[in-house]
Design a protein around this ligand. Sequence first.
Ligand code: GLY
Length: 322
Amino acid sequence: MSVTPKILVHGGAGAMRSMGGEREAAYRAGLVEAARLGREALRAGDALEAVLVAVRHMEACGAFNAGVGSCLDEDGRFSLDAALMRGSDRAAGAVGACAATVHPTDVARALLEEGRHVLLVGEGAERRARALGLPALGAPPEEKLETYRRLLADASKRAPEDLSTVGRPDDEQAEDSQDTVGAVAVDARGRVAAAVSTGGLWLKLRGRVGDSAIPGAGLYACDALGGASSTTGIGERMIRALTAKLACDLIAAGADAQAAAQGAVDDLAQRFGPDSGGIVVVDRLGRLGAAFNTQGMGRALASLGDEAVPVAVWPEEPFPLD
Ligand code: GLY
């Protein structure tokens, strides 16, 4: 089987009310560069390396809710989740509630390669990040702490039944929100891979781990099923719906990548209503899919042999997936 190697990245689904101007320009530029770097890795023929370098770029860039741009938990601290999955053997590595490094996906990569454990959380993940010599995340910058204090003050004014929505991607009252980054790729031999990385949700409880650390929920990759997927949205929903695995099951049942992406988002909408999330999908034939039911979801793609890197944020923007 010969396939045109491709990568499709997303920068998180959400309300994105404060997009525009420099912020949106940085977000779009980060997506384009992530897809471009992924395409370079695909030249060497490795889908896993492609999704890793793409997500690492978004972790380092600051324009996304991942790595240095991550949101803060209820204590005003970073707590990152991330995972990688390789379709050829379903090998996976994941970390949850890790504050030790800008690049939790590098810890996930080490776990995937070692094959002993799939998921490390909290202190264990942080110890591994330090042992790998990964760049430290450090303390949250003042700009993040200002948002944290504002959201905390907002939460104190809300009715108890509204508290669980503060700062979430579907928060009607929030000034802004956006969720998680991810990537899916296929190489020339039709091998697929997926990656995901996030700061999670603003004001989440200390120790909360979301879908981005859980294969089947936040990502899935399986050559035998025929594809890979990476999700974005409120993780508790993807964990309950196993959204990423559902997309791959739809491919195995005969759907192309776009139908699988739409089917997974339709399932979320049916269970949880509008503004429930988004997904990117690739199948082993090199077909791509992207779907979301939030106000926006940044996405960019790059194919070997084509210099163009289409990028889009809003639903009405043209985004040719062929
Ligand atoms: N989807 C990211 C999270 O819920 O943590």
